[in-house]
Structure formats: C-alpha cells, structure tokens
Design a binder for this molecule. Structure first.
Ligand code: GDP
Length: 325
C-alpha cells in the first residue's frame, strides 16, 4: 500500500481516503498495523487541531438526534464535522447499534460531515487505540470538530473522556430520583450536562431536571480545569434546536479559557502520555499471553494459587523471575 499517497489524500481532506485510512487503523493484521503506524507517523506533523468533543448518554436520550442537529448547526457556521462512535457492547450484539447511518440522515449527506460507525470489537483496549487513531486521522484531514459518541456504560466514558477536550453528558428529563441513577464518576467527568428534550410537554420537567443537576454539580469538588461557573447544566432540544447556540457558546468559552490558561495543551500532553503507557501495558500483556512457556507457568501457578498452595504475591513474583531468566 502506498502510505505516502494515502497520507497526502487524507491531508487533502478526501473523505474516501479518510474512510480507507480508518479501516486500516481498525485492522488487526500485522502488516496493516505496520502500515497504520507509518500512516499515523506521516500525518502527525500535519499541525491541525480539532476540537474533540466526547458525548455520552444512555440509549434513547437523543444522542443521534442531537448530533444530527448540532452537527448541522456547526456546518452552517462553516465548520467541518466528524462523528465517531464508540460502542463496546457491539461485540455482544454482533453488529454496531451506533453504526446505522440513517440515524443521522441529513448530516450523512453533508459534504462537510464525516460519520464513522463503531467497529465491532471484542475488548475495550483495542477500541481505545482505534478510536484514538481515528480521531487523529480526522484531525489531520482538517475536521474542525470531532464528536466522539458513546453509550452510557461506564468504562467507555472514561476512555472517551481521556481522548476528548470537552466531555458532554446528555440527559433526559426525569423525576428527581433519576439523578442518583447517573454515576458520580460520570458526573465528575462532565464539562457540560445537557438536558435534552426540553420542548413541548417535557419542557417543565426538563427545566426541573436541569436545576437538579446544576445543584448536584455545585456540590462536586472544584476541578482545576474549570473557570467560574463550570461544569454547568443547561437545557436543549435536539428537535426544536432550542439551546444549541447557548450550548456551543458554553463549549467555546470553556475551550478558549482552557487554551488561554495552558490547560488545553497540558491536558493533551497528559492524555498522550497516559495512552502511551496504556499501549505499552497492552503490548506487554499480549506478548506474555503469546509466550507458551510463560503461559504454561501462569496456568500452573494459577492452579497453585487457587488451591491455596502458593500466595498470589509469591506467584506473581515467580512469573517476573521467570521473565528475567
Ligand atoms: P439515542 O439512542 O440516544 O441516539 O436517541 P435517539 O436520537 O435515537 O432518540 C431517541 C428518541 O428520542 C427518538 O424518538 C427521538 O425522536 C426522541 N428525541 C430525541 N431528541 C429529542 C428532543 O429534543 N425532543 C423530543 N421531544 N424528543 C427527542
């Protein structure tokens, strides 16, 4: 494969080249991995930076409706928008529930939009690397905003927040008790909580829900990455598009403040370091798994630990000692 040519086409913003490049980084084949690494390297100096926005919410909250409306809004403002989906559960269902492009019918027809469904994956570590590389490719292709969508299943949120500049949590209007349903850890990751469906018969409930979340956010520990008034909660309607302007204003205000304070680049640097270490951990574990001698030793020691003959700590030390010989 002519990687230089592919890199040049991605840089020129060719959507078909971008799609091919993402397929390449999603592949597990060793030769594809080598090509993918060369491609990412060739593009790393592109010097382009997108606003990476992570977006999470449980199924039915209105993510695809919101992304369609918000994406169209951004395109009307002259931005190029890429949408990537992360769906770790798709491995179980055998196909991607987030993959259906008809969910964002108008956006998918836009020249300045790029929508990439979630690859079906087996393990979160693999999903993380692929998504990160896909984000980098979209960035190199000149997209101004990269939306990374995920369903609310805990681990995947942490992963998406770890590769985004801003993290949005989409919530549906509901009674007060629902507040407890959102895990504290996910609340703590959110920069903006958007209570969707603030329209028609749901408007009053949405406003009440929003006030509840605003109250809950004020109780959270102050984070160094926030100016006064953040994280905040606001109402939106993906259907009437009410609140989209305000939500975008809040996102840009927050992003600008973090840029000025040096928090933006420090966060990206810390994220890059964390991903390097995570990649290394994964690679080391994979190497251990592949080594038949070590594999046999681990199985044997596992039996001994299970039988109470050896302690877990002693067993782990014996594996490490075997690595050194
Ligand atoms: P997702 O599963 O989070 O992607 O949710 P969808 O975007 O598929 O939306 C789930 C349902 O909520 C659909 O029936 C949408 O029409 C509806 N919905 C989404 N956004 C809004 C909104 O702003 N207002 C109202 N009233 N309904 C909405």
């Amino acid at each position: 494969m002519d990687i230089e040519d592919l890199a040049a086409r991605v840089k020129a913003g060719e959507r078909r080249a971008l799609a091919r490049a993402i397929t390449l980084v999603e592949s597990n084949r060793a030769d594809h991995r080598a090509d993918a690494t060369r491609l990412i390297d060739a593009l790393s100096g592109a010097g382009r930076e997108a606003l990476r926005i992570g977006l999470s919410g449980t199924p039915g909250v209105g993510k695809s409706t919101f992304i369609e409306a918000f994406g169209m809004f951004l395109i009307d403002q002259g931005f190029k928008v890429a949408v990537l989906a992360v769906d770790p559960s798709s491995a179980r269902s055998g196909g991607s529930i987030l993959g259906d492009k008809t969910r964002m019918e108008r956006l998918s027809r836009e020249q300045n939009a790029f929508i990439r469904p979630s690859p079906s994956q087996t393990q979160l570590g693999g999903v993380a690397r692929r998504t990160r590389e896909a984000v980098a490719l979209c960035e190199a292709a000149g997209f101004d905003v990269v939306l990374i969508e995920t369903v609310g299943v805990g681990q995947s949120e942490t992963m998406v927040a770890g590769m985004a500049d801003l993290f949005l949590l989409l919530i549906a209007p509901a009674g007060g008790d629902e507040l407890q349903g959102v895990k504290r850890g996910i609340m703590e990751m959110a920069d903006l909580i958007l209570v969707n469906k603030a329209d028609g018969a749901l408007l009053q409930t949405a406003m009440r829900t929003c006030a509840d979340y605003a109250g809950a956010l004020r109780l959270l520990r102050k984070r160094p990455q926030d100016p006064e008034g953040y994280p905040s909660a606001m109402t939106v309607s993906a259907i009437t598009q009410d609140g989209l302007v305000e939500a975008w204003e809040a996102m840009t205000e927050l992003a600008d403040w973090r840029r000025t304070e040096g928090i933006w680049s420090a966060t990206r640097a810390a994220q890059a370091r964390a991903w390097f270490e995570e990649d290394l951990r994964q690679a080391l574990l994979a190497r251990l798994e592949r080594d038949p001698k070590i594999r046999a030793l681990v199985d044997d020691l596992g039996d001994q630990v299970a039988a109470g003959v050896t302690s877990p700590t002693a067993a782990a030390e014996r594996v490490l000692a075997a690595l050194d010989t």
